[in-house]
Design a protein around this ligand. Structure first.
Ligand SMILES: C[S@@+](CC[C@H](N)C(=O)[O-])C[C@H]1O[C@@H](n2cnc3c(N)ncnc32)[C@H](O)[C@@H]1O
Length: 313
C-alpha cells in the first residue's frame, strides 16, 4: 500500500463476498488499520454506500484522513475500541448497520514502528499499547504480575511450551532491575528457552510477544464484548464477519455464533424451555474460511487467518 502504511489485507475478496455488500448499504469496519477492508467496502457499496471505520490506534485514523479524502462524504472515521460498538455508533446517531467486519490483531505498520514495542526485532520501551491513551503497558504487566499469572499469559495466549521457565526468569530479572526494554525481554526469553528448542521454529520471542500484546490490550475481553453486542447492531439480513489469528479467538467466535443461533440454551434434558433465549443469528460459515495458496504465497501472515460469518435473523 502507498504512503508507507503497508498492511497486506487478508481474505479481502472472501470477506466482501460473504458480507454480501450492496450498493447504498451502511457498514462498519471495526479494525480500520491500513484500510484494506474499509476501501473494499466503499468500492463495493458505491456510489452511495457508507462506511464507519473504527480503530483505537490514532496512527490508522491519521493515515485514513489522507487516503480517505476521495470518499469523505461516505466514510466516517471514529477513534475507539470496537468492544463499545453500540455506544460508538450511538454517538454518531446510528442504531443498526448492514454489515460489520473485524480483522483482529495488529497491523504491519504497528509492528514496524519500532518504538511502540510490539516487535522483538526493534529495541524499544516495553509498551505494546494499541491505544496510546490506555494506561497499562507491557512494562507494567511484566514488572507487576505474579509468576503464576505470567505463566498463564505466556501459555494461554502464546501457546509457549516454556512458559513457566520464561515467567521464572522474568521474575528473577526484575528483582535485580525492572524490565524496561524489548531487548532486555528478548535476552531473558533466550536465556530461559533451552538452546536446542531455540534452534527450530520461529524466533524464540515471537510467542511471548504475541501473548503480551494480547494481554496488554485485553484483546480477548474486547472480542467477547463485541460478540455479545454485535447482533443488536445489525439490521435483519445484515452480516458480521470476524477474522482471527489465534485458536482461542477463533473458538470464541465459533461458540458465540453457535450460541446466538440457538432458539433455546437450557441445559440438556430440561423438560420445558425456561431460558427465554431467542436465536438472533444464522451461521453462514460452518467451517472457517482460510486463505488459498495464492494468498499464502503473497502473504505468509494469512496462514493463521480464519474468517467466520453470521447473518442477523
Ligand atoms: C489487522 S489490523 C486491520 C487491518 C485492516 N483490515 C487492513 O486491511 O488494513 C487490526 C487493526 O485493528 C486495530 N484494533 C485491534 N483491536 C481493536 C479494538 N478492540 N478496537 C479498535 N481497534 C482495534 C489495531 O489497532 C489495528 O490497526
Amino acid at each position: 500500500m502507498e504512503m508507507g502504511f503497508a498492511h497486506l489485507t487478508v481474505l479481502l475478496e472472501e470477506t466482501i463476498s460473504l458480507l454480501q455488500v450492496r450498493q447504498g448499504g451502511l457498514y462498519v469496519d471495526g479494525t480500520l488499520g491500513g484500510g484494506g477492508h474499509t476501501r473494499a467496502l466503499l468500492e463495493a457499496s458505491q456510489p452511495d454506500g457508507r462506511v464507519v471505520a473504527i480503530d483505537q490506534d490514532r496512527m490508522a485514523l491519521d493515515y485514513a484522513r489522507e487516503w480517505g479524502k476521495p470518499y469523505a462524504h461516505r466514510l466516517q472515521l471514529v477513534k475507539g475500541n470496537f468492544r463499545h460498538l453500540p455506544q460508538l455508533l450511538g454517538y454518531i446517531g446510528i442504531e443498526r448497520v448492514d454489515g460489520v467486519i473485524c480483522d483482529l490483531g495488529v497491523s504491519s505498520p504497528q509492528l514496524d514502528e519500532g518504538e511502540r514495542g510490539f516487535s522483538y526485532q526493534h529495541d524499544a520501551v516495553l509498551d505494546m499499547r494499541m491505544d496510546e491513551m490506555a494506561n497499562f503497558t507491557a512494562k507494567d504487566l511484566l514488572n507487576t504480575w505474579d509468576q503464576v499469572d505470567l505463566t498463564r499469559v505466556f501459555r494461554d495466549y502464546g501457546e509457549e511450551k516454556w512458559s513457566a521457565r520464561v515467567a521464572e526468569r522474568v521474575v528473577q530479572a526484575r528483582q535485580r532491575k525492572p524490565l524496561a526494554t524489548t531487548g532486555e525481554l528478548v535476552d531473558v526469553i533466550k536465556a530461559a528457552i533451552p538452546a536446542a528448542a531455540r534452534r527450530t521454529g520461529p524466533h524464540p520471542a515471537r510467542r511471548i510477544f504475541q501473548a503480551l500484546r494480547i494481554a496488554v490490550n485485553d484483546e480477548l475481553g474486547a472480542l467477547r464484548d463485541l460478540l455479545e453486542a454485535v447482533p443488536s447492531c445489525l439490521n435483519a439480513g445484515g452480516r458480521v464477519a470476524v477474522i482471527t489469528f489465534h485458536s482461542l479467538e477463533d473458538r470464541m467466535v465459533k461458540k458465540a455464533f453457535q450460541y446466538e443461533a440457538k432458539e433455546c440454551v437450557c441445559p440438556p434434558h430440561t423438560p420445558k424451555c425456561v431460558c427465554g433465549h431467542k436465536a438472533q443469528l444464522n451461521v453462514i460459515t460452518r467451517r472457517p474460511v482460510q486463505a488459498g495458496e495464492e494468498e499464502l504465497d503473497a502473504n505468509p501472515r494469512a496462514r493463521s487467518a480464519k474468517l467466520r460469518v453470521a447473518e442477523k435473523l
